[in-house]
Design a protein around this ligand. Structure first.
Ligand code: FES
Ligand code: FES
Length: 904
């Protein structure tokens, strides 16, 4: 142990810690300053930034032995607090800089260090600083963060008053469509919001720390598990194996289609007979400290017979491949699409036919907060708190496996540092549940970043062969598709994902005749989970690249080809649905002058070695779960006549709080409540009605309608004859209920056997435009500007939707150019997996809204989250082709692939 006298945030503190303890852990666990976060733990994200002796450092890799005695340390708590915000914190809140907010304290500390050394930075200086210091944000696309620093710097220089930054409620009281910061913003910018690891650090003494014993091979039979030596290790309370699980020891994948050849019971909570993928959990060590738990985990011996690993769909589909789940074929779900006439004669006689093979791969989600959860018993019920964005769905998926009645399982979402969809699947929920049930004690589990990368789901790669036929004027005549979905070893939602291919291949265009087949394939790579825009980036990529090829063949402009073919009166979607609004022509008309100017600019600025180009793509996504998706909400009247809204609108970081508040405020307008009279109690299944999962951009629409319906019921109940409304006291006096619940179901249908139907009542529509520069000597592609004209209906909160679109487009740049999880070893860190830092994302991003009211959306709104990641990668690739004539059909387009294509 060593003793240090430190001045932390201006206060002298004496600290005694092991010399090799990291400063981040000492700050968080010993000093209780949990505003400093630990993300990657590998000096790659900056979540742990503090200022040590006037220098910005990463406290996750700074050993206490390297912290000089008498040092000064500034953490986010020392920058400002909720009662006394630093201009950076204020600017961060009002610019929407904190989405999930997990990176925020690290960015604010970093920005303070910058402004301490340079009071008047340019935007480029700020971006250089974030790049140099590896400040990583997965949510925002960085633009709003730079905006915040620039405004904070102005305030600090006295050129702007802090007051000018504060959000003010408009005089008419209307916040819908405005820029009100989210309710959690202040807690996020000051580091006072407790995320899972912060809650874990504050759990009572006696909470058991969990470490996993995990597979280091991708496919094996388990012949024996020996825990005898591990059990004797210091501090071990129990080692939980499959024998300790009381239920079926399986997580059910909730098969959607009866034609699925699997039964959904294929994912073990703890492996018993087989290992199906790298990282599969085999045992859980429960111990007094995490160090003791990890030391004991290393002593568990697993006897395995290693089997051939099928790391992609072609390998798993080979004739000699064994069944990964014995009894279920590796191709376990097949579906066809049949719309209009037989396509063969159409293709045989069409003026133009284009076709190719495409691959959009295993994009990793890369939240800055690694997966984390805890469990405890309360009054006979098992309480699981995690990052789940599908609380009630996860209860159903894990309860039978754990052997617990559904009513005895409560799930709560912790404040969450980003998921982007991976938490649509349960990850550690059943593990902490099993450990808590086996020990009867509270338990806590936090993944390190290697575990986050290797043992959570990833985007499922699609191998697609697509053909498009058009007449000599460019009018589309038909589409043929044949695709395989590599869904990893676990079936959950794999059938549903495959049908996304039919919903979004060719979407946006009036294609009368379609034939196609899609298959879901079991492999031994990482399990397929939801990822923002689920299934659509894989579907739009072939469509949008081939659209450009038709244009090239006919000598037409790519934007005009799209304009000719997009949905108009009489058009139907690939699944035969009539679009609920027809905004694509207007969207393209809005983009056209900007597109022409961008084309001219690209031509003028190309050089002999750096070629510039412009590409466009259409992107569409549905808002909902397929079919009659339902949500519930509850509103309760409080004694001070304020109300509390309850729902399970889970928050990835997208803004469930501001979405709920703004929608409730609008719906409750007749009562004249101000926003601070509307309290939120979200994401506790013991308190709130089931609002379904936060996936498929459904919450603003489906839960938004449920909130509206509930508000209408309450307003009606409180109405008095004179047109005023009963107070709390009057309601009590009259013996009327104080809480009201409402529901809403989408008027939509599941797809039939020909993949025809109307699966969503509301869609989002958009067109992307990318402007890129390709260095033909290195193959490096730079996105210099990216824009989207978006129709997401009437916008609920502009700050929030801007942030969603910037952040989604940034993830699209990563998908196009760098991000991958094919190589388990190389891609298991942020840097290794191609995480986009600030300089990879252009500062020049533009959003133009076309706000067509949606008949079924609450107050005309659609969703937003998925739209910006539907097809930006296709616009980027089309821009690359426009720049230098090559196209990479297997993403990501790494420089070596671009160079190879250029040489080819
Ligand atoms: S850099 Fe320290 S947690 Fe990522
Ligand atoms: S707000 Fe930056 S990672 Fe979520």
């Amino acid at each position: 142990m060593i003793k240090k006298n430190l001045t932390i945030n201006g206060v002298a503190r004496m600290v005694v810690a092991p010399p090799d303890a990291m400063l981040a852990n000492v700050i968080r666990e010993q000093l209780g300053l949990t505003g400093t976060k630990i993300g990657c733990g590998q000096a790659q994200c900056g979540a742990c930034n503090v200022i040590l002796n006037n220098k910005l450092i990463k406290s996750c890799i700074t050993k206490m032995s390297r912290v000089p005695n008498e040092s000064t340390v500034i953490t986010v708590e020392g920058v400002g607090n909720p009662d006394n915000l630093h201009p950076l914190q204020l600017a961060w809140a009002v610019h929407g800089g904190a989405q999930c907010g997990f990176c925020t304290p690290g960015f604010i500390v970093s920005s303070k260090a910058l402004l301490d050394s340079n009071a008047n930075p340019t935007r480029e200086d700020v971006r250089e600083w974030f790049q140099k210091n590896k400040n990583a944000c997965r949510c925002t696309g960085y633009k709003q963060l730079v905006d915040a620093v620039m405004d904070a710097a102005k305030v600090l220089r006295g050129e702007m008053k802090a007051d000018e930054l504060f959000f003010k409620i408009p005089v008419d009281g209307e916040i819908w469509g405005g820029n009100m910061p989210r309710p959690t913003a202040i807690a996020k910018v000051t580091g006072t919001l407790d995320y899972g690891a912060d809650l874990g650090a504050k759990m009572p003494a006696g909470t058991l720390q969990l470490a996993l014993v995990q597979a280091e091979v991708s496919h094996a039979n388990i012949k024996g598990i020996d825990t005898s030596e591990a059990e004797k290790m210091p501090g071990v309370e129990k080692i939980v194996t499959c024998k300790d699980i009381k239920g079926k020891n399986r997580i059910t994948g909730l098969i959607t289609f009866p034609t699925n050849k699997g039964d959904g019971w294929d994912r073990p909570i703890l492996c018993d007979e087989k290992v199906f993928q790298y990282g599969d959990a085999i045992a859980i060590v429960c111990a007094d400290t995490i160090e003791n738990a990890k030391a004991a985990a290393a002593k568990v011996k697993v006897d395995m017979e290693v089997l051939p690993a099928y790391m992609g769909a072609p390998a798993a589909m080979a004739d000699d491949a064994m069944e990964i789940h014995p009894g279920t074929p590796n191709v376990y779900f097949t579906q066809n699409i049949k719309k209009g006439a037989d396509t063969k004669p159409i293709f045989d006689s069409a003026a133009v036919v284009v076709e190719d093979d495409f691959f959009v791969g295993r994009q990793p989600h890369m939240p800055i907060e690694p997966d984390v959860g805890l469990a405890y018993m309360d009054d006979g019920k098992l309480i699981i708190q995690s990052k789940s964005i599908a609380l009630n769905l996860h209860r159903m998926m894990i309860a039978p496996g754990l052997g617990i009645e559904l009513d005895d399982l409560v799930m709560i979402q912790n404040p969450t540092g980003g998921t982007f969809g991976y938490k649509f699947s349960p990850t550690m929920e059943a593990l902490v549940g099993a450990a808590c049930m086996a020990t009867g004690k509270p338990v806590y589990l936090c993944y390190d970043y290697h575990q986050q990368q290797t043992y959570t789901g990833k985007r499922s790669p699609f191998h697609v062969h697509m053909r498009l036929a058009a007449d000599k004027d460019g009018k589309l005549l038909g589409m043929e598709t044949d695709f395989n979905v590599d869904h990893g070893p676990y079936s959950e939602f794999g059938d549903l994902l495959t049908t996304r291919g039919f919903q979004f291949m060719g979407a946006g265009y009036d294609i009368k005749n379609i034939r196609g087949i899609g298959r879901t394939v079991c492999t031994n790579h990482s399990w397929g989970s939801a990822f923002r825009a689920y299934g659509s980036p894989q579907s739009f990529y072939p469509t949008e690249v081939l659209m450009d090829r038709i244009a090239a063949k006919l000598g037409m402009d790519p934007l005009e080809l799209r304009y000719k073919n997009v949905y108009r009166d009489g058009s139907t979607t690939p699944t035969g649905q009539t679009p609920e609004v027809l905004s694509l022509p207007e969207i393209l008309e809005t983009l056209r002058p900007k597109y022409k100017a961008a084309m001219d600019k690209a031509k003028a600025n190309s050089t002999a070695t750096v070629k510039r180009g412009v590409g466009v793509s259409v992107g569409i996504y549905g808002c909902g779960l397929d079919g009659p998706d339902t949500s519930g909400a509850k509103i309760e009247l409080n004694p001070d006549n304020s109300v509390t809204v309850y729902n399970t609108w889970e928050d990835h970081g997208q803004g469930a709080d501001i979405g709920t508040l703004t929608t409730a405020h609008k719906a409750l307008r007749p009562l004249g409540l101000s926003p601070d009279q509307i309290h939120l109690n979200l994401n506790d299944t013991s308190l709130a009605p089931d609002s379904g999962p936060s996936g498929g951009s459904r919450q603003q629409v489906v839960t938004g309608r449920a909130i509206k319906a509930t508000a209408e019921i309450m307003i009606e109940a409180r109405k008095k004859a004179d047109g005023t409304f009963m107070t709390y006291d009057e309601m009590k006096e009259a013996g009327k209920p104080l809480a009201y619940e409402g529901k809403w179901s989408a008027p939509a249908t599941l797809l039939d056997e020909n993949s025809q139907g109307s699966p969503f009542s509301v869609y989002m529509y958009g067109v992307f435009m990318a402007e890129v520069a390709v260095d033909t000597t290195t193959g490096v592609t730079t996105v210099e500007k990216i824009s989207q004209v978006a129709d997401i209906g009437k916008v609920c909160n502009m700050l929030c939707t801007d942030g969603q679109i910037y952040g989604g487009m940034a993830q699209g740049i990563g998908l196009a150019l760098t991000e991958d999880f094919e190589d388990i070893k190389k891609h298991s860190t942020l840097v290794g997996a191609g995480f986009p830092y600030c300089k990879q994302i252009p500062d020049d991003m533009e959003i133009i809204y076309v706000q067509t009211p949606r008949p079924e959306g609450p107050f005309g709104a659609a969703g937003v989250g998925e739209l910006p990641l539907t097809s930006p990668h296709a616009a980027i690739m089309n821009a690359m082709t426009n720049a230098c004539g090559v196209c990479v059909t297997k993403l990501p387009a790494l420089p070596e692939k671009v160079l190879a294509a250029l040489k080819g």
